[in-house]
Design a protein around this ligand. Structure first.
Ligand SMILES: *Cc1c(COP(=O)(O)O)cnc(C)c1O
Length: 473
């Protein structure tokens, strides 16, 4: 399997890049994202009976051909264990009532679905770096979930150091403790005196310093990494097999979306032949993608226009993985994609209902996507309703998905709603909705009282560089 850039250029100096190149490079040199040159086709009958690791191997090995099969199998087997994910199913399905279930993908070490991909990424990174005798320093910014998932995935890994910027005193006590309680020598928590946007700007500025980037082998594990999308494809198959009786039965999935990574994996599963009917995309008050799927107009917002909501991991104005989906919708024609992206820069958006984009808009409409939006009041109401009806507590992001999913529910077609985090991570909103504190997994009880390891730095790229030099020289 070779990989192409959505913008038509080279990746890591290669016209058609290998998986390992894509894994370590992230962004293509032309600013585009890597995409597999074709979608492998599923063998549903053979796959239906497989365990999670075996299913994962079947899927991943079709996208990865430059890691020996035995090594890949070992990497997958040590990633998806009941010890890390709480059960042998890894992503169990919880039925709320006949025809309505939750796909529980948040039982990993940091209680959010990002663990599914990042735990695998950590082991893939270690293997590929070890083979090439390389080391990498991951520089990232987080407002909460991604940083902790990345740190728990990379802790103790050979050849990898993580420098994670987070906004000082602006995360929940739980999120802060989850990251700062780690004392692994390869993890550096940098509490920046500024907002999340400041942290992200610093990451961009440091990464934009080509000589610093080269000298210190900077890398990233952000949501545009192809391997993250790939790893997420697996649980859509697992969920489909768990909910349907036989292959060919239709299934609708509802996915709370931010950077469009999770639902992109569902879309790719569908392209591989998984009989998903509707891909129901839920946004919160930041509803750029809902607007797109309803109107054909794509108009990303500025950071100032992005609302801070009670489903904060979806507070995204520009969904990075959306470009991958659009690449397919323009018939994989990079020239058209670049044209659309030029309109984004020059006019702040584009409109696919214009006659010249007719074919592209038809492909969007035929792709199975539908969408809806959920507000703070909807989240509270949905959390309450699901708790009262079924005795199940769901987190605010999951509630956005359930709210929109139920609006599209149809008799005869089961609906699977993806649970993207456990309620324990977002206790304040659960308390507001239910008047009680969500239960916490044993390992996190009292985490706020543990010693914390972090360094406070001014919101200044030079200060971050100086800190990194101090650790790496
Ligand atoms: C990251 C995240 C999302 C958004 O997922 P995308 O792949 O970015 O669309 C939703 N909910 C939670 C809890 C998250 O951590």
């Amino acid at each position: 399997m070779r990989y192409l850039s959505t913008r038509g250029g080279a990746i890591g100096g290669q016209e058609a890049a290998s998986f390992s190149t894509v894994l370590l490079e992230g962004l293509a040199a032309d600013g585009g994202l890597s995409m597999p040159e074709a979608y492998p086709q599923a063998d549903l009958d053979a796959w239906r009976v497989l365990s999670y690791p075996a299913l994962c191997f079947e899927i991943v090995s079709r996208f990865v051909d430059d890691i020996p099969r035995d090594a890949l199998k070992t990497i997958i087997a040590k990633t998806y264990t009941p010890e890390h994910f709480g059960s042998a199913d890894i992503t169990p399905v919880r039925e709320l009532e006949p025809g309505l279930s939750l796909l529980c993908v948040s039982n990993g070490p940091t209680l959010a679905f990002k663990d599914i991909a990042l735990q695998l990424l950590g082991n893939l990174f270690e293997y590929v770096l070890g083979r090439e005798g390389r080391a990498i320093n991951i520089l990232g910014a987080t407002s909460g979930d991604t940083g902790s998932s990345a740190e728990y995935a990379m802790r103790g890994k050979r050849g990898i150091k993580v420098f994670m910027l987070s906004p000082h005193k602006r995360m929940s006590a739980f999120q802060q403790a989850q990251m700062y309680a780690l004392d692994d020598p390869n993890i550096f928590n940098l509490a920046v005196e500024g907002t999340f946007d400041c942290c992200q700007d610093i990451v961009k500025e440091v990464g934009g310093d080509a000589s610093f980037k080269q000298q210190y082998q900077l890398g990233a594990v952000n949501s545009i990494n192809w391997a993250r999308v790939m790893a997420q494809i697996v649980y859509y198959f697992k969920g489909y097999f768990a909910v349907t009786r036989k292959n060919g039965d239709p299934l609708d999935v509802a996915v709370p979306s931010g950077n469009f990574g999770n639902i992109l994996a569902a879309y790719i599963a569908k392209q591989m032949g998984l009989p998903l009917r509707r891909l129901i995309l839920a946004t919160n008050e930041n509803d750029v993608l809902d607007e797109f799927f309803k109107s054909g107009r794509y108009r990303p917002r500025s950071p100032e226009e992005t609302h801070a909501t009670s489903s904060p991991s979806m507070d995204i104005s520009k969904a990075s993985n959306f470009e991958r989906y659009l690449f397919d919708c323009v018939g994989r024609n990079s020239t058209v994609l670049r044209e659309l992206w030029a309109q984004l820069t020059q006019q702040g958006g584009f409109d696919l209902t214009e006659p010249r984009y007719q074919k592209c808009w038809q492909r969007v409409q035929a792709s199975g996507f539908v969408s809806g939006r959920s507000t703070h009041a909807d989240r509270l109401q949905t959390i309450r309703d699901i708790y009262q009806r079924y005795g199940v507590m769901i987190d605010p992001h999951t509630a956005d998905g359930v709210k929109v999913g139920r609006e599209y529910r149809e008799v005869g077609v089961p609906l699977l709603c993806v649970e993207t985090a456990l309620p324990a991570k977002f206790a304040a909103t659960i308390e507001e909705a239910l008047g009680q504190t969500p239960p916490r997994p044993e390992v996190y009880v009292g985490i706020e009282q543990r010693p914390q390891h972090y360094t406070v730095l001014p919101a200044d790229a030079e200060a971050v560089k100086a800190f990194m030099r101090g650790q790496l020289d």
